[in-house]
Ligand binder design. Structure first.
Ligand SMILES: NC(=O)C1=CN([C@@H]2O[C@H](COP(=O)(O)OP(=O)(O)OC[C@H]3O[C@@H](n4cnc5c(N)ncnc54)[C@H](OP(=O)(O)O)[C@@H]3O)[C@@H](O)[C@H]2O)C=CC1
Ligand SMILES: O=C(O)C1=N[C@H](C(=O)O)C[C@H](O)C1
Length: 260
């Protein structure tokens, strides 16, 4: 039996994760955490009576094996550090960790002789998009990313877009800086800039989570696109991550680390 605590259990993804854990043989929900929920009816969050509810990180005492995190970009670093420091293997879905924070968490995990998984995107379509984008970048070094999400998303760019940009920047030859004559007549028109890769963030009702990577070259172009039409589509990836995080020997980034 894998014992699990879910941080951000009351959010959109947290509630999907609660259902996944409740419905999966060999998974047991032992605790949940959100600082905001102080007075709740367990049943309205699909929690069995024996599930411990915590609303203060420092008070958490649990025998959980795995920490699923779907909290907020502001909270995810401290939450992950807490899990690692308390010998609970993190499976982190929350976006917003900077490259430096990921490096700090990897070093901390090593210190604590702990392992875990940070997953920018649990959808197989996004995992494949990143893999293909990395390959394409060797031949098409000039790329831009358009990510499209629901209007409730509080961070931009998405974690998936940043992870895609990181992988492209590592795979391609170093590029020349922007054209010196370049000027934005409307600030922000060219999007964010991750190591020379422009990222454009769209937030609209009706969308869930989508990404397009555009590669351009002399006389030709390549576009790679993925679409997540429902939040349920992420849950297979969460299940695989939770089942396999115990096999890892360090803190790593990407669902591909546990896909066979
Ligand atoms: N990796 C992946 O495949 C996916 C990742 N995500 C990411 O997961 C995260 C959550 O997304 P989503 O569920 O849509 O967002 P929600 O806003 O619906 O949920 C976040 C929840 O976390 C709670 N919360 C606030 N502070 C803390 C804290 N310190 N510790 C624990 N919980 C806290 C919030 O409570 P309250 O609302 O009361 O403030 C809220 O219920 C986002 O970063 C999103 O980008 C989403 C989909 C897929
Ligand atoms: O907030 C979301 O919805 C999503 N967040 C993740 C991200 O920031 O990349 C993963 C997916 O795009 C859905």
């Amino acid at each position: 039996m894998i014992k699990i605590i879910i941080a951000g259990f009351n959010g959109s993804m947290g509630q999907k994760a609660v259902k996944l854990v409740n419905d999966t043989k060999d998974f047991q929900l032992v605790a949940v955490y959100s600082p905001v929920v102080t007075d709740l009816q367990p049943a309205s969050y699909d929690l069995a009576d024996e599930v411990q509810v915590f609303n203060d990180l420092t008070n958490i005492k649990t025998d959980a094996d795995v920490w699923i995190d779907f909290s907020t970009p502001k909270a995810v670093f401290e939450n992950t550090k807490f899990a690692l420091g308390h010998q609970i293997r993190p499976v982190v879905g929350t976006s917003g960790l900077s490259d430096q924070q990921v490096e700090d968490l990897k070093a901390y995990a090593k210190d604590q002789h702990m392992a875990g998984l940070i997953v920018p995107n649990f959808g197989i379509s996004a995992v494949l998009l990143m893999k293909f984008a990395k390959e394409a970048a060797q031949y098409f070094p000039e790329a831009e990313i358009i990510e499209m999400h629901h209007a409730d998303k509080i961070d931009a760019p998405s974690g998936t877009a940043l992870s895609t940009a990181k992988q492209i920047s590592e795979a391609r030859e170093p590029q020349a800086a922007d054209n010196a004559k370049f000027e934005e007549t409307l600030p922000g028109a060219r999007g964010g800039n991750y190591k020379g890769i422009r990222i454009h963030s769209v937030r609209l009702p009706g969308y869930v989570a989508h990404e397009q990577v555009l590669f351009g070259s002399e006389g030709e172009a390549l576009t790679i696109r993925q679409d997540s039409f429902t939040r349920d589509s992420f849950m297979k990836g969460v299940e695989v991550a939770v089942k396999n995080v115990g096999k890892l020997s360090e803190l790593v980034v990407g669902l591909e680390n546990v896909l066979s």
